[in-house]
Write a protein that binds this ligand. Structure first.
Ligand SMILES: C[S@@+](CC[C@H](N)C(=O)[O-])C[C@H]1O[C@@H](n2cnc3c(N)ncnc32)[C@H](O)[C@@H]1O
Length: 396
């Protein structure tokens, strides 16, 4: 494989190791996890495959230039040196994004403008015409990343972020991003042979991701990508990748995925999303209060896995309600789910303490900018007996 092409895939913080594992499984080389993403190398087809198959990446970027810089003018000059006409045609609309860590520049907006000018000047110098800018729905996205001394320029192979799989009809109350939901399942170590329950499923993001995993459905199979707008787009290679992914699907799974929610309207959303995926028959949905519902009998004595994100609140009255919510949740888990392991995402460390169970693992995970933990609780058999407090391991 030609390993000359360098990539960067971004992901929610806390999922870098999961993403590195996905990319290694796709035969990427030089896989290096850094905060917020993974660097890797391969050929361009690997870039397509990462977009098609990664469940936790947010974007896949192709590195097209890198240069040391000292002054803002150096950034313009380095961008101007790239043959952008090789990458996309002037009819394509463009957007530039800049992010930076410790960059000695006054304004990132100004740098964005200078990079855009440099790209447009390359086009103007060669043909007199420049691409139009579209910040809302551009054909081509250029990302620039600045450190204290280094400028790296990328072409975005994804286009719309990868968590937009295309199946979500309407969002419910505080829905999870699809790639975060898939990451929670990966961190929980869930595999499709294990009974899964999300008892506060809302619009069903965790259920939808699990059903796709069980069906061997490539998460990007139903959408379009940024790389399709680039001049080097290899349509044949892309068709071949998609056909292989279609052939690998297996829709004959038996129901081992359960979802419930207190609210009927939330369940309707979950149902619509699963239906859109054509995977409604692989999930059992039921309106139920998590404090009152029994564990799905199919799991038997050996139990199953709960993966969920309970309600969280920012208003004061929500917080009072939530303070009462967690102890009740802990009691329900202890009483009815012995033998099960629960993975609960929460941003509030105090509230999570109220659950009254000893966490056996706490994995830091970011829901957007919100710092959370994925708490692991192992419910031992024996009814109301408290789990033996084991020191929780903070996983990094
Ligand atoms: C943060 S949302 C979950 C969002 C979901 N992960 C998604 O992606 O759409 C929390 C959910 O918990 C539900 N809920 C609140 N109290 C509940 C209870 N006692 N029993 C079951 N569900 C409850 C709410 O209706 C809401 O849908």
């Amino acid at each position: 494989m030609n390993t000359d092409t360098q990539f960067f895939a971004s992901c929610p913080r806390g999922l870098e190791a999961v993403l590195a594992g996905e990319l290694t499984a796709l035969h990427a080389t030089n896989v290096t996890a850094v905060e917020g993403g993974v660097k890797f190398a391969g050929d361009l087809k690997l870039g397509y495959a990462a977009n098609l198959h990664s469940r936790v990446a947010s974007r896949v970027l192709w590195r097209v230039g890198q240069a040391q810089y000292r002054m803002e003018q150096d950034i313009y000059d380095a961008t101007r040196k790239i043959d952008w006409l090789r990458h996309f045609s002037v009819e394509r609309t463009l957007r530039v994004n800049v992010s930076a860590i410790k960059a000695p520049v006054k304004s990132l907006d100004f740098i964005t403008l200078r990079i855009k000018d440099a790209i447009c000047d390359v086009f103007r110098a060669r043909g007199g015409v420049r691409p139009s800018i579209d910040t809302h729905a551009p054909d081509v996205r250029v990302h620039a990343f600045l450190t204290a001394t280094m400028l790296t320029l990328y072409l975005d192979l994804s286009g719309e972020p990868l968590f937009k799989r295309g199946y979500r009809r309407e969002a419910g109350e505080a829905p999870l991003r699809e790639n975060l939901a898939a990451g929670m399942l990966a961190l929980a170590g869930w595999t499709p042979d294990v009974t899964l329950l999300d008892p506060m499923c809302g619009s069903g993001t965790i259920l939808c991701e699990a059903a796709q995993i069980a069906a061997h459905r490539a998460p990007g199979i139903g959408r379009v990508f940024g790389f399709e707008k680039l001049l080097n787009f290899d349509e044949k290679a892309w068709e071949a990748l998609r056909n292989t992914a279609y052939a690998a699907e297996n829709n004959s799974i038996k129901t081992i995925i359960y979802g419930s929610d207190l609210r009927g309207d939330a369940l309707e959303l979950a149902r619509a999303n699963l239906d859109e995926l054509d995977l409604l028959s692989s999930v059992a949905l039921k309106q139920a209060n998590v404090f009152e519902m029994p564990a799905p009998a199919a799991a038997g004595m050996s139990g199953g896995i709960i993966v969920t994100n309970p309600p969280y609140g920012v208003r004061m009255e929500d917080r009072d309600e939530l303070a009462a919510f967690y102890p009740k949740l802990g009691d329900a888990l202890k009483q009815k789910f012995s033998g099960w392991t629960a993975y609960i995402l929460s941003s509030d460390m105090q509230l999570a303490k109220g659950i009254g169970l000893a966490a056996s693992k706490r994995t830091p995970l970011f829901n957007g900018a919100l710092e959370c933990r994925l708490f692991e609780y192992k419910m031992v058999a024996g009814g109301m007996r408290r789990v033996k407090p084991t020191p929780a391991i903070d996983v990094n």
